[in-house]
Design a protein around this ligand. Structure first.
Ligand code: AMP
Ligand code: ZN
Length: 113
């Protein structure tokens, strides 16, 4: 499959890995928007939130566990951070492998739309 994040997970394209387990991979965003900007992705390819179903949704809960763990390890838990995913063109999704941005390390702008 011609998917950038599948290639990163497979080690075919280099990444700055910060966490990996059986179902989840996390790495530094190549163009950080905040002092901490990590992408947390399921290893199994899902294009976006549109493809989350009762059969595969457990990995999303696990991704949020990993987000909390990484945020704590990086000292973000007390001051706060953001976990966000973009779905489709109107949200500005550019890589069509489901991913969650973990952003923190500064006071983030509050812009919901
Ligand atoms: P989105 O716009 O929500 O689809 O987010 C895609 C993110 O992937 C952007 O923040 C990019 O900077 C990031 N990105 C693209 N290519 C790479 C790469 N090779 N390694 C790490 N992050 C990447
Ligand atoms: Zn993929």
């Amino acid at each position: 499959m011609d998917c950038l994040f599948c290639k990163i997970i497979a080690g075919e394209i280099p990444s700055a890995k910060v966490y990996e387990d059986e179902t989840v991979y996390a790495f530094k965003d190549i163009a950080p928007m905040a002092p901490v900007h990590i992408l947390i992705v399921p290893k199994a390819h899902l294009a976006s939130v549109n493809e989350i179903t009762p059969e595969n949704s457990a990995v999303v809960a696990h991704i949020f566990e990993v987000a909390a763990k990484l945020a704590a390890e990086m000292g973000l838990a007390e001051d706060g951070y953001r976990v966000v995913t973009n779905c489709g063109a109107h949200a500005g999704q550019t890589v069509f492998h489901l991913h969650f941005h973990l952003l923190g390390g500064k006071k983030l702008k509050v812009e919901m739309c």
